[in-house]
Structure formats: C-alpha cells, structure tokens
Design a protein around this ligand. Structure first.
Ligand SMILES: [Fe+2]
Length: 144
C-alpha cells in the first residue's frame, strides 16, 4: 500500500500544479484568440480544481494524509511550475505536454491500484484519464 500512497501523492501534487498553471494561463492570456483560449482554459482549470478535493479524499481513503504544503506539492509534482507568461499558442502546447505528463502519472497509480485491488480508486482514475484524453484532443486541435 505504501507504493500506491506515493503514486497517489504524485497524482495529487501533479493535478494541483496543473490546476495552478491552467488557472494562471486563463487569467493572463492575451492576443487575437483571447476569448477561445480563455474559455478552454477555464473548462480545464475548473475540472482540475474540483478534483483537488476528490483526489485528497481518495488519499484519505487509503489511510494517507494529504500533502497540503506548497513546497511539498512542488517537490511531488511531475509537472514543473512556470514563472513567465507565454503567448496563448505556447500556453496550449505547455498545457498539452502537462496533460500528457498528468495522464502518465495517473496511469502509473492506476496500475498499482489494480495490483492492490482498490477497484473504486481504479474507476476514479480511469474517469480522470477519459476526461484528460478529451482535453488533449481539444488542446491538440487548437494547435493544428
Ligand atoms: Fe475567469
């Protein structure tokens, strides 16, 4: 179970960082396609924000505390923070790359959840993958 807890902490922290970047991009985006970017980024950040709590509760269900310290979240996240404001089109590429990283992180946790027979958690992680695959499609289509 320790391995699953570690992977789920990575999922929690990576989603938290993903949310932070998507929300930051949503409010700071500029340019001719402002409104389209602004709306897509809102859809993505609202979903990942809502799931901060859901992932935290999944962690509590497998008897782990939740790392709610910002330094710890940054250390556990597989996505890197950003301290610049990229162009709108570059935001789409960064978020697409980050979505792929988050999916890889979720897939690793899912494999371990299957091994531990935590099937409720497996279902939750598979739902998250489905949603993130849709965002990958939307972000990729924006870039084409
Ligand atoms: Fe907003």
């Amino acid at each position: 179970m320790e391995q699953l807890i570690t992977y789920m902490k990575n999922v929690f922290a990576t989603n938290y960082m993903y949310y932070t970047k998507a929300h930051g991009f949503h409010v700071n985006v500029t340019g001719p396609d402002f409104y389209e970017y602004h709306k897509l980024l809102q859809k993505i950040y609202e979903d990942s924000q809502k799931n901060i709590d859901a992932i935290a509760e999944e962690l509590r269900s497998i008897q782990s505390l939740v790392p709610f310290n910002l330094d710890r979240i940054e250390a556990l996240s597989l996505i890197k923070d950003i301290d610049t404001v990229p162009k709108g089109i570059d935001m789409m590429q960064i978020l697409l790359d980050d979505t792929e990283t988050l999916c890889e992180c979720i897939r690793v946790a899912r494999e371990e959840a299957i091994a531990q027979e935590c099937f409720g958690l497996v279902n939750y992680l598979e739902e998250r993958l489905d949603i993130h695959y849709k965002y990958q499609w939307m972000l990729r289509s924006t870039l084409e």
